[in-house]
Structure formats: C-alpha cells, structure tokens
Design a protein. Sequence first.
Length: 723
Amino acid sequence: MMAGRLHRKPRLLAYRVAGRLAACLSGVLAAPATMSGIQQDGQREVPVTVHLVSEGGGPVTGASLSVVRLSLLRDGGASDTSIAAMTGPVELALEAGTRYRLVARAPAHRDRVAEVQPSRATTLRMVLSVDPYELPPIVATGDRMGAGPPVRSAIRIQFREESLTYATVAEWLADVPGVSVRRGAGGRQALSVRGSRPEDVLVLLDGVPLNDPLTGRADLSMIPTSTLESGTLVFGAGSASYGSGAAAGALLLSSRVGKGRGVGGAVRMGSFGDAGLDVQADAAAGERRLGVSFAAERVRNDFSFRNPAVSGETTEVRTNADAASVHGALEGAAGPLHASLRFDAAERGVPGRAGTSLFESARAADQSWIAAAGLTTHSVRASGSYGWRSVGYRASAADPASTQYVQDFRLAADGDLPAVPVVIGARLARETVQGDRIDGAPGRTVVGVRTAASLSAGSFRMDPQLSLDFSDDLVAASPELSATWLASTRTRVWGRLGQGFRLPTFGDLYFASQYRLRPNPDLAPERTTFDLEAGARTGAALGAVDLEATATAWARRTESPIVWLPSSVAVWSPTNLGELRATGIDFLIQVAAPGVAPVGWRAQVAGAIQRSRVGFGSNRNPLPYEPQSTARLSLEGWSGALGGRIDLRHTGSRTTGLAGTRSLAGFRTVDLSARHHFRSRNLRFGLFLKVENVLDRRFQLTELFPEPGRRLTARLEARRADS
C-alpha cells in the first residue's frame, strides 16, 4: 500500500501565540482554538478557520496543528506554532498573501499537509485518514450503513490524495499484502482477501452492495477512483457489522465529497487503446457542500499473445475484449446530513478462452443507480439506500440478450448509549430479482440487530460484539471478540475471534440458464464458524531512518461452502461442500527517512504466505486461483514536487480447478512510475507516468485468458490550488 509522502520537519523557531485553546469540550461543541500569525508593519491579517475531521466526518481525538510560514524558510529563518489537544475548529490569523504550510497530526492517523496563501477569510477542512493496519474504535468508517467495526485490522485510503497514483480500486489493492485481484472475461476484476473466494468479500458503495446478485462477486472495474472519496478494506469475517456476504472481509467505498470551491479534472492515455476523462466540480458554504463528478473511459485490449492451446504456441491478437464505461456522482451535505446519487454503466466484450471462437461476439452490459442518504452525529448514525441494477448478457450476435434486474433497499441505524461505552444498532435489507429465465420476482428480507461494547483498562482494550440476523428459516448469530494492547507509543498487539455467514446468491437459487447451468433452491447458507486473527505492529527510530513493521497471522474455517460443480453430463450446478480452511500470515516492513522534508525516500517489503483448502473431511484440494505466496518490494524517492517509484512483484503458482490437477506457474513483474506536481497561477497540475510489467512478462491470471504484456499509462490532472 502506498501511503501519503513522508516529509522531514524543519528545525523551527517558535513564535508568539496570541491565543491558545481556551476550553476543551467534546465534539463540535468545543470552543474553537485561536492563534495569531506573525504580523509585520503594514501587513494585513485575514481569518482562516481549520476543521480537522476523520474520514467518517467526525472529530479527531488528540489532534494537533502546526503552522509553518514558508516565506521565512526561504529566507533562512523558520517559524512554527502548534496547538495541541484540539477538540474543535482552530481560528488562525494569517498574513494576507503569505504562503503557509499546515501540518495536522493525530494519534494513529497519517499526517495531513496543506498549503494556503489566504487573501480573504477562508475555511479549510483537513481530513485525517487512519494509518495502515490501524485498529479503529467503534465509529462510522465511511460505509454509510451504520457504525464500523470494533478493533481489528483495516487499511484505508483517501482517493483524492492519491488521485494520480491509483486510477482504479484494483491498483490500490495490488499494494495491500494478503489481497489479490483477478481479472476475468471482459476486464472484470474480482477481489480475494486472505485466501477467500471473491463471493466471501462484501463490497459496499455508499452502503449499497456491488456484489453481482447472480455470481456473488463484485466487479471493481466498474468504479473509477475519480468518483470516490475514500476506501476502507476491513479484514476478517465482518457479518457482525455488515451482515451477509462479509464472511472473509468487507470493502467499504464512499462517493466523492465536495470540498472547497472550483473545478478540476484529468485525462488519461495508455496502451491498447486505454483512454479516460474525469471532471469534478465542488462548491461549499459553511457547513453546506456539494460535489459533482463525471468519468468516462474505454479500452480496446487488442494485445498480442502466444496461444498455449494451439500447437506451437501460435501468436494471436486478443479480440472482443474491448470495454467502455461512464460514471456520474452527485454528493451533497449540510451539517450532519448527507446524500448521494450516482450512476455507473459499462458495456464490454466477453472473450472466450484462447483457442476457441465460441464467444467471439459475446457481449455484456451492466447498469446501476445508487441513491443514499444519512445522518451522522457524535452519538447517532442512521442511513438509508436504494440500489437498482441490470445485468445483461448476449452469447453471440445471433442469440437474444438475457437481462436480469435487481433492486436492493437498506436501512441501518445505531447509537451510543449515554454514560456507557455500548453501541446498539439494527439493519434491514430487502432484495428482489426478476428477468429472463427467472420465474416470478423472488426476493428475500434480512433483519439484523447488533450490540457492541468497548471495555478499557489502562493500555488494554476489549471489544465484544454480537449480531443476530433473521431471514425466512435462517437465524444467524455472529459473535465477535477483539482485544488490543498498547505496549508502548509505537507498539501494539491485537487479536480477534469472530464468525460470519453468506446467503446463497440469486444465481445459485433461481438462475435457470440455457447455457448448461442448473440452480439449486435447496442450498444452505455458508457459515464461517472460526475466524481468528492475531497481529502486532511496532516502530523505532534507528539512527537516520524510521522503521515500522506489521505482521498478522490468521486462520478461517467455513462450513458448507457453496461451490459450482459439473454433473456427469457436464451440467454445472451449485452444491454445499464440506468445508473450506484457510491459514496464512501477511506482513509489511517499511524503512524511511524520518520526519518531514522536501527530499526523502522510503522502502517497503510486503507479502503473504497462505494455504486454502476446500472439500470433504481429509479430501481437500487447493482453492483454485489463490496463489500460495505473494510479495512486493517498493523503493520510492522524491525531491520537492518530483517523485519516482519502482515495484518488484511476485505471485506464486495457482491451481485452476477443484481437482488440483493443473496449475499456472508463478510470475514476477517490475513496475516503474514517476509523478510531478507544479503550479500555474491558481491551478495545481499533476503529471503521472507508469510502466507496468517493464520486462514484458507473459502470464495468465485465469487459465487460457492471457494477460497483456508491457503497459504504459500517462495521466495529467489540473485542479484549483485551494480545492
């Protein structure tokens, strides 16, 4: 994972603070902190109000703000003022026309850096994202569907801050240890977490599941990062917080939030006909804000490959692999209220396996509308969402199109009990499906209630949680117990034990396809009966470098996993197998130049070793397409606004079917990237160049679905300097 840049803090001489934090009250009722800037003869001061908030929009505990006057740094001097223990907004008085650097810090959060050159009264909202592998308290985590998880492993990102680095969600997740993204037919991207199947990872966008109602898998390629504000990957069974589908993890995405004022956008060009455009416009007035974003992209994917299915490995060109998509989002907020509306559509070819022309004209088209609204205060969180989705498929130009329509309606609310560290909540989900080859309009309703507590004693904390879900004949209990010990300011140890479940998909139950598929209405839900995680994180200053290391061991057992198997006449149908067991360890080690500086470097080593087996009793085979090992070595350096990075990646061998008789060889790739920021008047420009698979290695992520070789991407963005 690529965090925000590290900077070395210059040696700063403190200057006079006219006002300090006068009173500390919790939440938004806190008295604002004030301070005065340096004033010289003839200089005019203007008020600047700074709000420090978390990703979920709430206050940040124990935050501090440093203000550095950059003009003095250039003149050989230095100035710094800090306000600590902030619990409310900060009111600054800064010199008009003078550039300042603001550095916001908070325990367990990444530093957030912003530069301002005020000419009039200004309000600045600085969002602090949680550190990688941070163990968050019970607070909203951006899923818009109630409170987030208790203490556990999670990785977060602010896509606005990494807009140049990651054009897709899959590019970000490729940097996360223990996570794999597999591309399928037509460019679809399926997510696997710690040896899981994609069906066992719940993906929520503004509270609405993106998992395909027929296959249970979410297609990450449908959501460009330019329309997103943040992403949070929660590891482990999350049914206690999110209900069905989060049997191995949950990915929480939130639409882009309007901030500041102005218009920005970017264009992207790449190999194999890759081209994209995105535009954003923001408006804000006090507590009211509005954001609009639009993105469109297309790719031909007409790359050449050596066909392993043909004798002599004939060189061919991939056909019917093109894709085009359009995305739009509208986000608004007024105080604690927020609402969003977004549209996503994609039309793509669905090429067959190499060596066959069976699907040479197959096409697929997906469309979705998502509307969400919610209320977030310090003690109450409530939200509602509605999602409509159509999934269309045509096997050939001569075949009629088959389309299914799914509606999803969800309500969720939870609140903190007064005077005790306990959260109670409830959720309601209603799903219906109709369309070709589905009789009637079957649906299901799931009702869930949960309670969570937080118990602390010194540096030790325990978070018990219990969720009950009811659906027809199903009553699923999902208990969870998490604990963390803060051994020192830079060392913590945690553990978690929980359970989860996943209901059969509509495709498992009802989809009577003409393509030799047969549903099974008698399927039982999957149950994750054992999900254990234990981890530690530590850091130390070693001379001229800072060292951080994280390691997590995990084990998971799933009863009655739903697996599609062929019959004796090659008709595929889903069935409940005995069990799925997954174990492994993932780690991340980072060494970097300490502090804040315009010139610096960082090195990361990350990886995972895992084992996933599925079957009956002792007769269990490797889980198809799950690599036994993955690793990444990243080297990054920067000087001022110019930076570069090299990534060496390793993916181990994978089997291609439940029988485990065939496998794909492991492979290694090298990626290079560079970026440069510059200003012109009131515009901030960014240029990003990336070369993936520099050595042009040829490999397959899915058997007989070749991957392209070397790929080049260039992206140029422009935004208002104060946005």
